[in-house]
Design a protein around this ligand. Structure first.
Ligand SMILES: Nc1ncnc2c1ncn2[C@@H]1O[C@H](COP(=O)(O)OP(=O)(O)OP(=O)(O)O)[C@@H](O)[C@H]1O
Ligand SMILES: [Mg+2]
Length: 494
């Protein structure tokens, strides 16, 4: 038996609503005052509270706040004849499950109440299950129980102690950098530096000096001597991320370091020695790049001594639950929230989704869900799937193939939870036009171009190649824009 407490000043309305909502398994208790409703809700251990906003002695929002203060998981639905924007926003902020305008009640009351009761059931069921996983929020762990990830862990353990270069492959967001760090962490070099460099994020002309350093005056702009990453990571591990983007000229220099442990700074004639373990990563198919003469074959074989492949998340659905638990535990402790968890249905939703952005997308989705949720238990409605803007070509999803780059420009595969992306875009455009109408100095298109450029660079953490793909422009165009808009500092690009 489930119990609803229904609160409204009008007895006619109460009578009508009770008739709508009562079933053999649902009882409805009514109140015409909020203080009475509060006592009833807790006294009867009710499952749902439905209240009007205009109430005495205190209003419905206040009742919502008081009830949720005592029971942060309470399900509360507000009704109002007025439904001002402010009260709608305020109620959602206070954690209401929904807000119904009185005029739409005849159509919506039963639907919303049933959904809220179902959510309450799911939440109770999920609360009964206590997650076991303990998480150290200061340390990144690699989580995975699938056979594929077990193989990865074994491989990390086996190669950590050797000095051999390691090549890590896998789609974007699948955990390549995490694995690279783990290899360093478990190696004999762990007390020395782990230095990461993203070959795609640094302009070609600067990459060489970034890696090998330069002597003062070696080129225009080289006003001081610079120590490169190879020198910085001496004794440690150098992580060459996105090595598939490395220009040919730099490739040959890397080869020399790998073969002879030697290099010189740009513009210098002293040969320096370095003892660096190289770990490289790519989401490209390097064999293909070799065949297309875009990547040196000899370097490929040098680097590819040990290979660790991270399968995309959609091929290890068994890991989704554990990853969710792990990230929710971290998010909860970072935000000082009660331990968040997923309802059964929400978990099923997460397991069915193809995760084109892999673990990174899953983590971001949970971050957003934790903001949207109104209870400790995340329900399907709280989970904003497919909003990250990385899409995988359908053919590739079916084949589960490992081919080339998986990020292609274009809209997200599915639009929000309710497929409302068009109207969301429409309303965003309207808001922008309103802003432009108010602020005459705002030139919409150049401004948007700048904002989008910054956003894409932030989203990809400064990866120019990926940012350019998302924006649908060439990397050269992107670079020009970064320069033109003078946003280098804003992006904190090294
Ligand atoms: N198995 C895992 N367990 C826990 N966290 C993970 C796992 N895999 C990835 N992550 C997390 O997901 C995010 C993305 O991982 P990472 O940066 O290593 O991906 P990547 O393969 O290097 O992606 P890209 O190609 O886009 O650079 C990171 O925050 C990482 O900590
Ligand atoms: Mg990476």
């Amino acid at each position: 038996m489930q119990t609803i407490v229904l609160v409204d000043p009008e007895s006619d309305f109460l009578e009508w609503a009770v008739h709508q909502l009562e079933t053999p398994t649902t009882r409805v208790l009514t109140a015409t005052r909020t203080d009475e409703a509060y006592r009833l809700y807790f006294g009867e251990n009710a499952d749902l509270l439905v209240t009007d906003t205009h109430m005495q002695p205190y209003n419905g929002l206040e009742l919502l706040a008081r009830v949720r203060q005592r029971d942060p998981n309470a399900m509360v639905v507000l009704t109002s004849a007025f439904g001002t924007t402010q009260s709608v926003i305020e109620s959602m902020k206070l954690g209401a499950y929904d807000f119904i305008r009185k005029e739409s009640l005849p159509f919506n009351l039963k639907v919303v109440v049933d959904a809220a009761l179902k959510a309450q059931n799911e939440m109770r069921a999920a609360t009964a299950f206590k997650p076991q996983l303990t998480v150290d929020q200061h340390q990144d762990s690699i989580v995975g129980q699938s056979e594929a990830m077990q193989q990865v862990f074994k491989m990390v353990g086996r190669v950590a102690h050797s000095e051999a270069p390691v090549m890590i492959t896998g789609e974007s967001g699948s955990g390549k950098e995490l694995v690279a760090r783990a290899i360093h962490h478990y190696s004999r070099r762990s007390d020395k530096f782990f230095v990461a460099i993203n070959c795609a994020a640094i302009p070609e002309t600067l990459l060489e000096s970034e890696l090998f350093g330069h002597e003062k005056g070696s080129f225009t702009g080289a006003v001081t001597q610079r120590i490169g990453r190879f020198e910085q990571s001496d004794g440690g591990t150098l992580f060459l991320d996105e090595i598939g983007e490395m220009p040919m000229q730099v490739q040959s220099k890397i080869l020399r370091v790998l073969q002879e442990g030697e290099f010189s700074r740009l513009g210098g004639n002293v040969t320096l020695r370095t003892d660096v373990r190289i770990v490289a990563a790519t989401n490209k198919n390097l064999e293909q790049e070799v065949a297309r003469k875009q990547f040196r074959e000899d370097l490929f074989y040098r680097l590819n001594v040990v290979r660790v492949h991270l399968p995309p998340l959609r091929q290890r659905v068994e890991d989704v639950k554990l990853l969710c638990e792990y990230f929710l535990a971290r998010i909860s402790s970072q935000k000082h929230l009660p331990r968040l968890r997923l309802s059964e249905d929400a978990l099923r939703l997460m397991e069915a989704y193809p995760w084109p952005g892999n673990v990174r997308e899953l983590e971001n989705t949970l971050q957003r869900a934790s903001v949207l949720a109104t209870t400790d238990v995340l329900l399907p409605k709280d989970i904003p799937l497919g909003m990250i803007g990385v899409a995988v070509p359908p053919a590739d999803l079916e084949a589960g193939g490992e081919s080339a780059s998986k990020s292609i420009p274009g809209p997200a595969p599915s639009a929000g939870v309710d497929g409302s992306s068009n109207s969301a875009v429409q309303s965003a455009i309207e808001t922008l036009f309103q802003a432009a109408a108010q602020d005459k100095s705002l030139h919409l298109l150049p401004w948007l171009e700048r904002e989008f450029t910054i956003a894409a660079m932030k989203l990809t953490r400064g990866n120019q190649l990926k940012a350019a793909k998302i924006l649908g422009v060439t990397r050269a165009t992107l670079r020009k824009r970064i320069e033109r808009f003078g946003i280098t500092r804003e992006l904190n690009i090294q």
